[in-house]
Design a protein around this ligand. Structure first.
Ligand code: HEC
Ligand code: HEC
Ligand code: HEC
Length: 98
C-alpha cells in the first residue's frame, strides 16, 4: 500500500483503499496479466532493454482498474522480439527437453 498513499491519490477507488484499516483484506487478489509456469518472463530484462510498461500493459497508469488490454500470447511476445531483434529461439521463453 505504500505506493497508493502517494500515487493517484485523487482516484475514488484509491481513496477507499487508503481509508481501510491496515489489517483489512480489501479485495480478493486476481492477477490480470499472467503467464503459465512453462513460460520464462522477467520484468527486469525488459526494463533493462528499455521496453516501456505501456507496450505490454497499455496506458494502465491512467485507469482505476487493471484490465487486460493487450493479451499475453506467444504471438505478441514473438512479434515484438522479432521487431526488436531479441531472441526468438524456443528456449528463450520455454525450457524444452533440458
Ligand atoms: C515485455 C512486456 C512487459 C513489460 C514491458 C512490462 N510488463 Fe508487467 N507484466 C507482463 C507480463 C507478461 C506479466 C505477467 C507475468 C507473470 O505472470 O509472471 C506482467 C505482470 C505485471 C503485473 C501484475 C499484473 C496483474 O494482473 O496482477 C504488474 C503490476 C506489472 N506487470 C507492472 C508493470 C510495470 C509497472 C511495468 C513497467 C515498469 C511493466 N509491468 C512492464 C509484461 C510486461
Ligand atoms: C514490446 C516488446 C516485447 C514484448 C511484448 C516482449 N518482449 Fe521479451 N524482450 C524484449 C526485448 C527488447 C528484450 C531484450 C533482448 C536483449 O536483451 O537483447 C527481451 C528479452 C526477453 C527475455 C530475455 C532473453 C535473453 O536473451 O535472456 C525473455 C525470457 C523474454 N524477453 C520473454 C518474453 C515473453 C515470455 C514475452 C511475452 C509474455 C515477451 N518477452 C514479450 C521485448 C519484448
Ligand atoms: C518470446 C517468448 C516465446 C518464444 C520465443 C516462444 N514462446 Fe511458446 N509461448 C510463449 C507464451 C507467452 C506462451 C503462453 C501463451 C500462449 O499460449 O499464447 C507460449 C505457449 C507455447 C505453447 C503452448 C501452447 C498452448 O496452446 O498451450 C507451446 C507448445 C509453445 N509455446 C511452444 C513454443 C515453441 C516450439 C517455440 C519455438 C519455435 C516457442 N514456443 C517460442 C512465449 C514464447
Amino acid at each position: 500500500m505504500n505506493c497508493h498513499r502517494t500515487v493517484k491519490t485523487d482516484s475514488p477507488e484509491i481513496k477507499k483503499l487508503v481509508a481501510l484499516p491496515p489489517d483489512a483484506t480489501p479485495f480478493p487478489k486476481r492477477q490480470v496479466y499472467t503467464v503459465e509456469d512453462f513460460v520464462f518472463f522477467s520484468h527486469a530484462r525488459h526494463r533493462k532493454a528499455g521496453v516501456d510498461c505501456k507496450e505490454c500493459h497499455a496506458d494502465v497508469a491512467s485507469h482505476d482498474n487493471v484490465t487486460l488490454e493487450i493479451p499475453v500470447t506467444m504471438k505478441s511476445c514473438v512479434a515484438c522480439h522479432n521487431a526488436r531483434h531479441a531472441s526468438v529461439t524456443c528456449n528463450t521463453c520455454h525450457e524444452l527437453g533440458q
